[in-house]
Ligand binder design. Structure first.
Ligand code: GSH
Length: 214
């Protein structure tokens, strides 16, 4: 059965999911959500919440990126992105939540504010990102990856989160550990591929995609 990922290449959460597919070498069909029909209506019927990506595997539907990646690991156990050891898995899931809730969430508020989709409150969300950057810089001292020694679900979340967070509210140069980690993530072949597939859409970024920060 073909795995179908309803997605758009420029979406940070879609990049998170695609990084997991590329990391594990699992084939999938990317069903492009660019507003065109008939896919737009098909997706609205499939997942009326409207957030993406969404994965289908035959009749099975999986929404939200962390469960999508959990599903991939369950079905394709090679190159696991969540460790079998439950204690180690807590760390991975915790840092995955950190990137979604405390980096991507405020970053998305800044972008949605700029797009006029939500009330603009940049000072609040920039402050939230500053707090997250400081926590992360301390956490990353002496580490290559966010949790444990191997690239994991948490790093899939981190890569697009830190790409777009920096574009939305620059990561201070003094946070050398965050910068080194962001550079490692952007050089990881799985994420580099997802990022390359997003390049044609950079003009969508409402604050202007900065040169040389990718
Ligand atoms: N918690 C969701 C978040 C997904 C999400 O916010 N996706 C954005 C695209 S990056 C989206 O659907 N935006 C459209 C909307 O908010 O209507 C996940 O992990 O997949």
């Amino acid at each position: 059965m073909t795995l179908k990922l309803y997605a758009h290449p420029f979406s940070s959460y879609c990049q998170k999911a695609k990084t997991a597919f590329y990391e594990k070498g699992v084939a999938f069909e990317e069903v492009m959500l660019d507003g065109s029909e008939p896919v737009a209506s098909e997706f609205a019927a499939l997942w009326p919440i409207g957030r993406f990506p969404v994965l289908t595997d035959g009749d099975r539907l999986v929404f939200d990126t962390s469960p999508i990646i959990e599903y991939l690991d369950a079905r394709y156990p090679d190159k696991p992105l969540i460790p079998a050891d439950r204690d180690a898995a807590v760390e991975v899931r915790m840092w995955d939540r950190f990137f979604d809730n405390y980096v991507s969430y405020p970053q998305q508020r800044i972008v949605y504010g700029a797009l006029g989709r939500e009330a603009r409150d940049d000072v609040r969300w920039q402050g939230a990102l500053d707090t997250a950057y400081a926590i992360l810089d301390k956490h990353l001292a002496g580490r290559d990856w966010a949790a444990g020694d191997a690239f994991s679900l948490a790093d899939c979340a981190a890569a697009p989160a830190l790409l777009y967070a920096d574009w939305s509210h620059a990561i201070p140069k003094s946070f050398a550990n965050v910068w080194a980690y962001r550079d490692r993530l952007l050089a990881r072949p799985s994420y580099a591929r997802a990022l390359d597939e997003a390049r044609p859409y950079r003009h969508y970024f409402p604050l202007g995609a900065p040169e040389g920060r990718d």
